[in-house]
Ligand binder design. Structure first.
Ligand SMILES: C[S@@+](CC[C@H](N)C(=O)[O-])C[C@H]1O[C@@H](n2cnc3c(N)ncnc32)[C@H](O)[C@@H]1O
Length: 509
């Protein structure tokens, strides 16, 4: 789905105004009071964090806008963490935005909040390209996750995976005044809020419109009018009181902890990029994983490539595969840059990736991709043969597509960096032959006759997948690849970008 930027201007007070909706993003461009009152206070966010028994607190928002609500919540979560350094609580903030603000406007909008500077800068650094779907951003060393969905609320809400017990602990119901945005404020929204809500999930919204209150009540929220901020007399807030929830007798913020809060032991089978990334992601959630690798060191399979091309495979239509590539690529791009900023070291070049249109069929395919405007130019753009030659620094007779954020990475070094940061235990020379479920625990049987145990197994074994019993039913198809490392000579030694043809070639190391 094509996503368009918000069309905004700033009024004389510096408050951003959306032309698409003929409405202001917030009523006061100077203070944080409106957000603090409407969303934090009326969802009792700070009080709930103090005594929250689960590992995650999940907030969902309709309308990310300038990100002000998120940033104010982030500021308070940072203060909470400083006050309670031993708290394992993590904040998961999920926000949906149909018309993302471009970086220049966002920078201007957020410049009015010097008190949020450190958080705004981090948001701006990670702010996603204009690609529809879910963009996962990370703050406060992984303690806060922002899932920023670019798309219409109506399209996004049904895509969100909901665990049986619900997902959301508090709803920030924003999204411009109902009179200015009637398409968003409807029963579909209220019912999906209920569908995603955990028992005793709270909500708040700046509006006090009667049909919103009635719609929320019909969906199972105990919606009540309460005093608004500043000149606004009323607003709405309340709790999700499904039939089941009414049997809970303790106040919602003192409910019993989830039955099993122990950290599971996780065995990752594999020694490549997938295994290392899993271990790293788990470490961000406070879980130290065990990596079992069949070789005598990591990165001995396809991830042994010392100059792995870094780019997504995009088609002219945003099918599932392209969509996954686009959001995974932009995620990896943010995450690897963040890894480098945090002091990790791996050889790499963000030199861009050039896909040459080397025959008529490929040219037509690439032209269609550009013509369809499925992807923003900041992700992939058309270049003529002169531009292509300049970018590659070698004469090229072809036009093509250029992916600015692409490049290449030294995969064994990247794997070592991820594993080191994850503090995972690595066991080499462990080839898995079978697994058995014993009670709630898996027994892993190794080729040398020894065993290990784990609550959860992650298979990250690439081309070995079809050979292992538990994975045999899955329809894997092996694709052969080949890497050759050669000395660059003559003009190829001057190559300055990754060059994709049927395979790809990287600049010299
Ligand atoms: C009042 S602003 C939100 C302010 C924001 N929470 C903040 O902290 O800056 C409303 C936002 O909702 C977005 N929006 C409106 N209708 C939407 C829809 N149907 N789906 C997703 N986002 C929508 C608008 O583009 C706008 O950014």
């Amino acid at each position: 789905m094509t996503i368009n930027h918000a069309d905004i201007h700033f009024n004389e007070n510096g408050t951003p105004y959306a032309k698409q909706f003929d409405d202001l993003y917030f009523s006061d461009a100077k203070g944080l009071g409106e957000t603090e009152h409407v969303f934090l206070k009326n969802n009792q966010i700070l009080e709930r964090w103090e005594c929250w028994q689960e590992q995650n607190f999940v907030i969902a928002e309709t309308g990310f806008g300038t990100g002000l609500n998120f940033l104010v919540t982030l500021l308070h979560f940072d203060l909470f963490q400083q006050k309670s350094p031993d708290s394992p609580l993590r904040l998961h903030f999920l926000s949906i935005e149909k018309f993302p603000i471009n970086v220049a406007d966002l920078t201007q909008a957020l410049s009015f909040y010097p008190q949020l500077k450190q958080y705004s800068e981090e948001l701006l650094r990670q702010y996603p390209l204009l690609v529809s779907g879910c963009h996962r951003l990370s703050f406060l060393e992984g303690a806060v996750t922002l899932d920023l969905w670019f798309g219409d609320v109506q399209q996004v809400l049904p895509q969100i995976e909901v665990p049986k017990a619900g997902l959301v602990d508090a709803w920030y119901l924003d999204g411009f005044a109902p009179s200015k945005n009637p398409e968003m404020w409807n029963d579909f929204l209220f019912q999906h809020m209920a569908l995603l809500a955990k028992d005793q999930c709270s909500f708040s919204t700046f509006t006090a419109a009667g049909f919103v209150r009635r719609g929320l009540i019909a969906a199972g929220f105990d919606a009540k009018k309460c005093p608004g901020h500043g000149r606004k007399r009323d607003m709405l807030a309340g709790i999700f009181t499904s039939a089941q929830a009414k049997t809970v007798r303790v106040p919602y913020f003192k409910r019993a902890p989830a039955t099993d809060t122990t950290t599971p032991s996780i065995a990752i089978i594999g020694g490549g990029l997938a295994a290392a990334n899993c271990a790293y992601a788990l470490s961000k959630r406070g879980i130290k994983a065990n990596i079992f690798c069949k070789d005598n060191e990591l990165a001995q399979g396809a991830s042994g490539n010392i100059q792995g091309g870094f780019y997504p495979q995009l088609n002219a239509d945003a099918g599932n595969a392209s969509q996954i590539h686009a959001t995974a690529f932009t995620y990896a791009s943010r995450m690897y840059r963040e890894l480098l900023r945090s002091g990790a070291n791996f050889t790499h070049q963000w030199c861009g990736t050039l896909q040459v249109a080397f025959n008529d069929k490929v040219t037509q395919r690439y032209q269609k991709l550009v013509h369809n405007k499925t992807w923003p130019e900041s992700l992939i753009r058309w270049v003529d043969s002169q531009d292509a030659s300049n970018l590659a620094n070698v004469p090229l007779p072809y036009p093509g597509l250029f992916i600015e954020q692409g490049g290449w990475l030294h995969l064994p070094e990247l794997i070592a960096a991820l594993v080191m940061q994850s503090k995972a235990d690595v066991k080499v020379n462990h080839q898995l032959v079978s697994t058995e479920l014993k009670g709630d625990t898996w027994q892993l049987n190794w080729q040398d006759g020894t065993h290990s145990e784990a609550d959860i197994i992650i298979y990250a074994i690439g081309s070995d997948s079809p050979n292992l019993d538990p994975l045999k039913p899955l329809p894997f198809r092996l694709v052969r690849g080949q890497v050759e490392n050669l000395n660059s000579e003559n003009e190829l030694a001057e190559l300055t970008t990754v060059l994709c043809h049927k395979g790809y070639m990287t600049p010299s190391l």
